[in-house]
Design a protein around this ligand. Structure first.
Ligand code: ZN
Length: 320
């Protein structure tokens, strides 16, 4: 009887994040999210990841200690028996104390050909926190590939780079080919394709261990979309959305992302192959298990009824 019960009830997969140090990182992942960070330059919390550079383990329950990559391989039934060879998404929280380098990602076709069969990278950002005058680099001002190439080779960064103002609660989709950079002072929740392929266009001439980090000038010029999409199309205000409802922020070829603000209680049926959820504000519970800011978990295939309670904000995502 007990065995039968276990087979039927799939567990909520709470995950242990993996932290990354970087020259631009800070301490906000501890200050704002209470994480036990490894140092004063912690830039990233890989919260839901099965990437070889940061593979999360399950925090509790029957799969405690198991890597997410291993679960994907050995227990496909938890993810709706997928036909892809790797966990498709990666969810991170980024603490940018300093500006990140200005970069661009390739699409699947370019990455397959030039990066050893790797996936390209589409990503999106939900702004968790930031100063009054916060800004992001999204897009550029070159009118043609030739002008783009000239501006990059001649170091005309101020002319080239387009900065747009953002505030807490804004949401931005970054398609492959979009020049982008997170500016100092921002905390961001990023949902992305499971890929690490980044071409660095410009790094503010900074040094790491006495040396500049490598730039990828030719690849960047190859993949940057010209002209860039318009600025007002790039940012979506996700602050005042209806409560107790899954509000879709984006649906693209790789993922759907929602924001969910629970006040009181909300129940729904988990009907996706799997659903990722991150608690970004407040506290409450899920099916009786306590939830707090900074928790990240996966609701597996066939999980059934989900009962959320409390005063909490979540970002949810599923793969396509
Ligand atoms: Zn990026």
């Amino acid at each position: 009887m007990e065995r039968n019960y276990k087979l039927k009830m799939k567990p909520i997969l709470f995950l242990n994040p993996v932290f990354k140090q970087s020259i631009w990182g800070g301490r906000q992942l501890k200050v704002k999210f209470g994480y036990d960070i490894p140092g004063d330059n912690t830039g990233e919390c890989w919260a839901v990841s099965a990437h070889p550079n940061g593979d999360c383990t399950v925090k509790e329950g029957i799969y405690e200690g198991v890597f997410l990559s291993e679960l994907w391989e050995k227990h496909p039934e938890l993810f709706g028996n997928p036909c892809t060879d790797r966990f498709p998404l990666l969810v991170k929280i980024i603490d940018a104390k300093e500006d990140l380098s200005i970069q661009v990602h390739p699409d699947d076709a370019y990455a397959r050909e030039h990066e050893n069969g790797s996936l390209g990278k589409t990503e999106c950002w939900y702004i968790l926190d930031g100063p009054e005058d916060a800004a992001l680099v999204v897009g550029h001002n070159a009118g043609s590939k030739e002008e783009l190439s000239d501006m990059i080779h001649q170091g005309r960064w101020i002319e080239l780079i387009r900065e747009i103002p953002v505030k807490k609660g804004d949401f931005i989709q970054i398609n492959p080919g979009t020049v982008h950079a997170i500016k100092g002072g921002l905390m961001i929740l990023e949902t992305q394709q499971n890929s690490d392929i980044t071409y660095r266009v410009y790094d503010y001439d900074r040094l790491t261990d006495g040396k500049p980090r490598a730039l990828h000038v030719q690849q960047s010029i190859d993949v940057i979309t010209v002209p860039a999409a318009s600025a007002d199309k790039s940012v979506k205000d996700a602050r005042q959305l209806p409560k107790n409802k899954m509000n879709e922020l984006i649906s693209c070829d790789y993922y759907t992302v929602w924001k969910l603000e629970v006040e009181g209680s909300l129940s729904f049926e988990q009907s996706y192959p799997f659903l990722i959820m991150s608690v970004i504000e407040g506290e409450g519970s899920i099916n009786g298990r306590a939830l707090q800011k900074g928790d990240h978990f996966i609701l597996p295939d066939g999980f059934g009824n989900v009962e959320l309670q409390g005063k909490i904000q979540l970002i949810a995502s599923c793969a396509k």
